[in-house]
Design a protein around this ligand. Structure first.
Ligand SMILES: [Zn+2]
Length: 751
């Protein structure tokens, strides 16, 4: 049986009675079953749907002279703009034409499809998706033909027996007459009862640019053979109306030369009612097909819209961040910002928010809190770094949360060494860092509290820099800057890169609008009275640091960032450990989003409602979860299952921005190596996937409950190592990290 407080840790989502998880499981099961049944019955409907036997037809009926006869055909419609315009032109000039409609477009524009039929024009089937892999199998082609047939029937009340294969030049339909079938695609279509309509004059107007009607005209002139019947392929939307422009000249010109225009069925010796029979009432199977087709089209357009909006948001966010970081932040920080601009963006009273403390600044006395659970590998280094800085606190409280390793022994030894300055509290394991920190609060002597994780060492001046911020009463908390304590593993390098982006760009820009959403547990300073006003560290969520930061923001406190207050913390160095850490963070973020949901879009606290919460939710949860889906679409594009062009552009833009973001993050770091840029691509394809998996896991956990309190992993002693190195070689950075640790303390035992 787990200790009671673990349950408390999960209270935001977790229903301790366990009934909720049954509801969630049942709901998920029914949803899955429903989806399965629906997809299965749609597939069954498509495979059993009836098709008409092929009507016999007499191609190019010999009893007529087809010299100077043209059938105009328009593919890829219906188009909401150009199809009606073309219908008007054709009606004015009294010219018949045949429209080959795409099923998806019929679903999007059913009224346009209906008016084509109502105004007396001929329609045909041009497949459902217009995909290049349409002819990959007979069943695929058949399914597309039937789906299109039924949605045409639904929209227009007639059935379209003519079929124009997409990408006609690849299909080997030789001639328009359909009688000389070559490719599988045409044969399969005939098996399904469709009359394949080719063409012998392809204008290729799809590659004509707007305003170039003359190009289309000259192509027709070149290829037109007056001695033969002619089927011309055009697209009403081509060249943004260039095709329609060309027809305005072409139709009267041909009429003056004595040409006749006919619907394409004429060349097959078929009547309108034969190629467009009036549809009987749809059967249940037909209705299932129509409903599924609509669901697929509308669902995917909704999905595309979501992806599109999120992409725009992502682009806007990243470019705003990068530009603000370059242009705004330096001026605001130096207080050089022109007063007019200050007034406009209303930061006159706030321009202090970006100040960083300076070495000679006055600073308040502080109490340092170090919560620890099984931190034997690093705890001594943590305490040493606190006790050997340029401002040695007169009160350090270490809280041992029932560690089962040597942590309590090490702390007791250190307490003897440091005397009154180091107080050690022991408690039974509570499973929660928040509980450990709260236990120390009654002993705190000063109004500024600096919390440092037990696997973290801090820079020499970190305490002074943090403490110097608390000169105004509305400052509630100050975030320090976190680095990995060791750069030995690729995971540490990924995290380094991510921390640099977050701390050198995001935090500095968000500080402009009091929008810093997390003061890290590894190093952060808090005003005791603010902490008490928030009710201490909360156990509602597993991320007590983020929870408390949000609490202070909603109470109206300001949160600042101090880049000179650095800390080095042990970071996970395996995929598994990293995944676990992130699952926990994301889960905590979900809990925070839920806990503070009433502040979303709040007018009272716009920083929380418009910056912190939306930013956290969209960019820390939704976007990372979408990465594999967006990549999957790209992969489907590369494999030829989806159109590649629409998937590749966003991918390239994103990767470019990612790269820029990483370069800026590193460029704003004084000592960092640009070599790290080379891992950006790995960050994109490997690291991001672990994060996505962590998001999925956290979401599942949010639904089903239960994550443990401390989330500890096996500590390696990176901090001990780093501190030891810094002491031996004071000027040399540890790994790639610039080390500000330049201390002279007695011997350090490196574990
Ligand atoms: Zn087409």
């Amino acid at each position: 049986m787990a200790p009671r407080e673990i349950g408390a840790c999960d209270m935001v989502f977790f229903d301790a009675t366990g009934t909720r998880r049954w509801y969630v499981a049942l709901g998920a099961m029914f949803a899955l079953m429903g989806l399965f049944v629906y997809a299965g019955s749609a597939a069954w409907a498509l495979s059993t749907a009836r098709t008409e036997p092929l009507i016999t037809y007499d191609s190019q009926s010999e009893n007529r002279d087809y010299a100077k006869t043209i059938a105009l055909t328009f593919d890829d419609g219906p188009d909401p703009v150009y199809t009606p315009a073309l219908l008007d032109l054709l009606a004015e000039t009294g010219v018949p034409a045949t429209f080959f409609l795409i099923g998806e477009h019929v679903i999007d524009n059913p009224d346009v499809a209906r008016s084509v039929v109502e105004r007396g024009f001929e329609i045909g089937n041009h497949s459902f998706t217009h995909s290049e892999s349409l002819a990959s199998s007979e069943s695929r082609l058949r399914a597309e033909l039937i789906a299109t047939d039924r949605v045409i029937q639904d929209a227009t009340g007639v059935r379209a027996r003519l079929f124009r294969p997409p990408f006609l030049e690849d299909v080997n339909v030789g001639e328009f007459d359909g009688g000389k079938l070559g490719g599988d695609e045409a044969r399969w279509a005939e098996n399904a009862g469709f009359i394949v309509v080719g063409a012998n004059l392809d204008t290729q107007d799809w590659n004509v640019r707007a305003g170039h009607a003359d190009v289309i005209l000259s192509r027709i002139e070149e290829r037109l053979d007056p001695s033969r019947p002619t089927v011309i392929i055009m697209h009403e939307h081509a060249g943004k109306g260039a095709t329609i422009e060309a027809l305005k000249t072409f139709i009267p010109l041909m009429q003056s030369r004595g040409y006749t225009f006919v619907p394409v069925s004429e060349f097959f010796g078929l009547s309108r009612t034969e190629v467009m029979p009036v549809a009987e009432a749809p059967t249940a199977v037909d209705m299932l097909i129509i409903a599924s087709a609509k669901l697929v089209v509308n669902g995917s357009s909704a999905f595309n819209a979501v992806i599109f909006i999120l992409s725009l948001l992502g682009l806007a966010r990243i470019s705003t961040l990068l530009v603000s970081r370059r242009v705004l932040v330096p001026y605001v920080r130096r207080g050089w910002f022109p007063s007019l601009a200050q007034t406009i963006i209303s930061i006159p009273t706030h321009y202090g928010i970006l100040r960083t403390a300076w070495p000679g600044a006055r600073y308040a006395p502080v109490t340092v809190l170090v919560p620890a659970y099984n931190e034997a590998a690093n705890i001594e280094a943590t305490i040493l770094s606190v006790m050997s800085g340029s401002a040695i606190p007169d009160q350090v409280i270490a809280i041992d949360d029932g560690s089962t390793d040597a942590t309590p022994l090490i702390l007791e030894r250190l307490a003897k060494e440091y005397g009154e300055r180091l107080m050690v509290l022991h408690r039974e394991n509570s499973g929660s860092k928040a509980g450990a920190l709260n236990q120390a609060l009654p002993y705190v002597k000063h109004d500024v509290v600096i919390a440092i994780d037990g696997d973290t060492i801090i820079g020499t001046d970190a305490i002074r820099y943090l403490a110097a911020h608390f000169d105004k009463p509305d400052i509630g908390a100050v975030a320090g800057k976190v680095y990995p304590a060791s750069m030995d593993s690729i995971y540490a390098q990924f995290q380094y890169l991510e921390y640099m982006q977050g701390q050198n760009i995001d935090k500095q820009v968000f500080a402009l609008g009091n929008g810093i959403g997390v003061v890290p547990g590894a190093i952060g300073a808090w005003r005791l009275s603010a902490l008490q006003a928030a009710g201490g560290y909360s156990r509602d969520t597993v991320v007590e640091d983020q929870d408390l930061t949000l609490a202070l923001l909603t109470l109206g406190y300001r949160v600042e960032f101090e880049p000179n207050a650095v800390a080095y913390t042990e970071t996970p160095n395996s995929a598994r450990a990293f995944f676990r850490q992130r699952s926990r963070w994301v889960y905590g973020t979900l809990q925070c989003a839920w806990k503070y949901r009433s502040w979303l879009f709040s007018r009272e606290k716009p920083a929380v409602g418009w910056i912190v919460l939306p930013n956290t939710f969209i960019f820390n949860i939704i976007m990372p979860a979408l990465i594999p889906i967006v990549d999957g679409l790209l992969l489907l594009g590369i494999l030829g299952i989806l159109p590649l062009t629409s998937a590749i552009a966003p991918f390239l833009v994103y990767t470019a921005l990612d790269l820029w973001y990483a370069i800026e993050g590193i460029a704003n770091e004084r000592h960092a190596s640009l070599k790290l840029i080379s891992i950006v691509i790995w960050q994109r394809f490997f690291y991001r996937y672990i994060i996505a998996a962590a998001v999925y896991r956290a979401v599942v956990r949010a639904a089903f409950g239960n994550l443990v309190g401390w989330g500890s992993h096996v500590r390696r002693g990176d901090c001990h190592q780093a501190l030891g190195e810094a002491l031996r070689t004071p000027e040399t950075p540890t790994g790639l990290i610039p080390s500000p640790i330049r201390v002279a303390v007695p011997e350090v035992t490196v574990a």
